[in-house]
Design a binder for this molecule. Structure first.
Ligand code: PLP
Length: 462
């Protein structure tokens, strides 16, 4: 017991929700937030809790409820909440130096050595790095600026369903029209092409007639002298669309995009903000596709513990920037560097990537219990990034209300999960990468129960 009368969170083995949500203390904090923060706040609308303490896969709210956190700071907390070794690394660093602009420091040097050591051999020798403002969106901006500067070209190819952040250019590169529509005048010369989202083929084709026509469409458009798009500065790709509903690109699609961009000498930029740092079972997702990108964007889980940092890693031949070309005050977070170095050490020492693959298989096996349910369009994922897409079996309409109901029911039983995809009809899971087999089973029990209760048991009557 702690001085608050609550069991030590370190000892938690299962979630425990004591009453209605939000509890009174959380409700008070949520009300104060509503009054003082912008209407753009998001997570607390569907997950009405006020967290106060976290440990590993568990988080406790202001009312003493304990939740299993399968959102993990939107994929940031790769080693769970407050990993003690990462906290110790940050604490030690905090006594020495906390902020370093873009000066070289021992903490930064060790962090970069650790990061580069995680790249496949051959690639790591060719790459340079740039620290960006500490968000994924800022790194996306930097990557596109770099490619435009290096190629002297203006056009950028992005993919439908992709998510790259909320800043002006990152939003212009994002598929979600509702987010962009209220903000006129986004970055021009962005062209959206279909992504290999096979269960919802953007070209309306069936698996029989597919032939990866999404890649073919891009090839024909960019190779056609009358295709309307001058040679692009960059092609920006998520290997698994995360916010877009956990959609892994098919290998053939990725291979053909890589071959085309090589043929045209267009830099291929992979946005690994969500897929990076082990999330899909390899350090970066591109490794599983057997390709080498020209630019890698990383952020979320770089420090493993939520200390913000972002990085682009790019082929040296693109290194054309003049001094100060992409500057910013918060590019020298020494606490994030210290934690990130420790995180890489732990990932190696504890075979965290092996755990991601094993727990991913376990989760996939549990989620396969939903196979054949008429309202479950598809269960898909890689490593510890999974989604369950819900859709009306008759109309094909995204089952948004049912997904929201499943999320609310799961929360009531102590599991925090997120939604995403078209019309938020994909239930998404992003647990910590060091999650245990026992916790996966508890979460799967809650999740499957919540989804099955939220869905009509049969397809609607015709
Ligand atoms: N790119 C991808 C693939 C993301 O998933 C996200 C955030 O979810 C971003 C970019 C934007 O990152 P941030 O929210 O740190 O700006």
């Amino acid at each position: 017991m702690t001085s608050t009368g609550l069991t030590d969170l370190h000892l938690a083995t299962a979630p425990l929700v004591r009453g209605e949500l939000p509890g009174p203390r959380s409700a008070d904090l949520l009300a104060r937030q509503r009054q003082r923060e912008s209407n753009a706040r998001t997570y607390p609308r569907r997950l009405p809790i006020a967290p106060v303490e976290g440990h590993g896969s568990f988080v406790r709210d202001a009312d003493g409820n304990v939740f299993l956190d399968f959102l993990a700071g939107a994929g940031v907390l790769s080693l769970g909440h407050n990993h003690p070794e990462l906290v110790a690394a940050m604490t030690e660093q905090a006594g020495r130096l906390t902020h370093g602009l873009d000066f070289p420091t021992p903490a930064k040097d060790e962090f970069l050595t650790a990061q580069l050591s995680m790249l496949p051999p051959g690639l790591r020798e060719r790459m340079k790095t740039h620290f960006c403002g500490p968000t994924g969106a800022n790194a996306v901006e930097a990557a596109i600026k770099l490619c435009k500067t290096a190629t002297g070209r203006a056009q950028v190819v992005s993919f439908q369903g992709g998510y790259h952040g909320c800043s002006h250019a990152a939003m212009a590169l994002t598929g979600d029209v509702a987010q962009k529509a209220p903000v006129p005048g986004g970055m021009p010369e962005v062209h959206f092409f279909p992504y290999s989202y096979c269960s919802r083929c953007p070209l309306g084709l069936s698996p029989v007639t597919c032939e990866t026509n999404c890649a073919g469409y891009l090839e024909r458009a960019l190779l056609d002298h009358n295709g309307g798009i001058p040679r692009p500065a960059a092609v920006l790709l998520e290997l698994v669309q995360g916010e877009g509903g956990v959609v892994p690109a098919t290998p053939e699609f990725v291979h053909r995009v890589r071959a085309l961009t090589r043929e045209l000498d267009v830099p291929l930029v992979v946005d690994e903000v969500q897929t990076g740092c082990g999330r899909t079972g390899t350090w970066f997702a591109f490794e599983q596709y057997g390709i080498e990108p020209d630019v890698i964007i990383a952020s979320k889980a770089l420090s493993g513990v939520g200390a913000p940092v972002s990085l682009i890693i790019y082929d040296r031949r693109l290194d054309v920037w003049q001094p100060g070309a992409h500057t910013g005050t918060f590019r020298g977070n020494q606490l994030a560097f210290a934690a990130g170095t420790a995180a890489v050490r732990i990932v190696r020492r504890d075979d965290v990537l092996g755990n991601v693959r094993a727990r991913g298989r376990q989760l996939a096996a549990r989620l396969s219990e939903l196979d054949g349910h008429p309202w479950v369009r598809e269960v898909r994922g890689r490593g510890l990034m999974w989604g369950v897409e819900l859709a009306d079996p008759v109309t094909g309409r995204p089952a948004s209300a049912e997904a929201a109901a499943a999320q609310a029911m799961a929360l009531r039983e102590g599991l925090i999960i997120e939604l995403g995809g078209r019309a938020d009809a994909v239930v998404r899971l992003l647990p910590p990468l060091n999650v245990t087999a026992e916790v996966i089973d508890i979460a799967a029990d809650i999740l499957l129960g919540a989804i099955l209760r939220a869905l009509p048991s049969r397809g609607p009557a015709c």
